[in-house]
Design a protein. Structure first.
Length: 143
């Protein structure tokens, strides 16, 4: 049985009255994180996911990659700014969806830290390192 569930993250997009989501700097960083993960997996950023029965669910953004064609969606609560991932894991896709979610959170965190350091006039280098089965992001900053 298909079921699209939502999974809360620790990411919150600060809400500013009257501001469109697309104009929000934190949203743009999250969107960049989505684009990076989609590109790394040969996928694309879209605005809809599907469940195992083909029903479409509109999202603020989503990625569709070859290993998870149903897609991983992102919704932002307009009142709290809380970010949620949406996906249907029916058929054994829970691990894939969790891995993609974790990659997005990792990319978002690295981008946010990099941006904050740059705002404080640091020169920042960002390196991606593959260690065994996992990916590490290293950030170096100099004044």
């Amino acid at each position: 049985m298909s079921h699209v569930a939502s999974y809360r993250t620790e990411i919150k997009i600060p809400q500013v009255a009257g501001m469109n989501l697309e104009d929000n700097e934190a949203w743009r960083l999250l969107r960049s994180a989505l684009e990076a993960v989609a590109a790394a997996h040969g996928g694309q950023v879209v605005d809809v996911i599907t469940d195992s029965e083909g029903r479409r669910v509109r999202c603020d953004a989503a990625i569709v990659v070859p290993e998870f064609r149903r897609g991983l969606g992102v919704k932002v609560d307009p009142n709290t700014g809380q970010v949620k991932f949406l996906y249907d894991t029916w058929g054994g896709f829970a691990h894939t969806a969790r891995d993609l979610s974790a990659e997005i959170v990792q990319n978002f965190t690295a981008l946010a830290v990099t941006r904050a350091l740059q705002e404080m006039n640091y020169e920042v280098d960002l390196d991606e390192v593959k260690v065994d089965d996992r990916r590490e992001v290293w950030i170096r900053a100099e004044l």
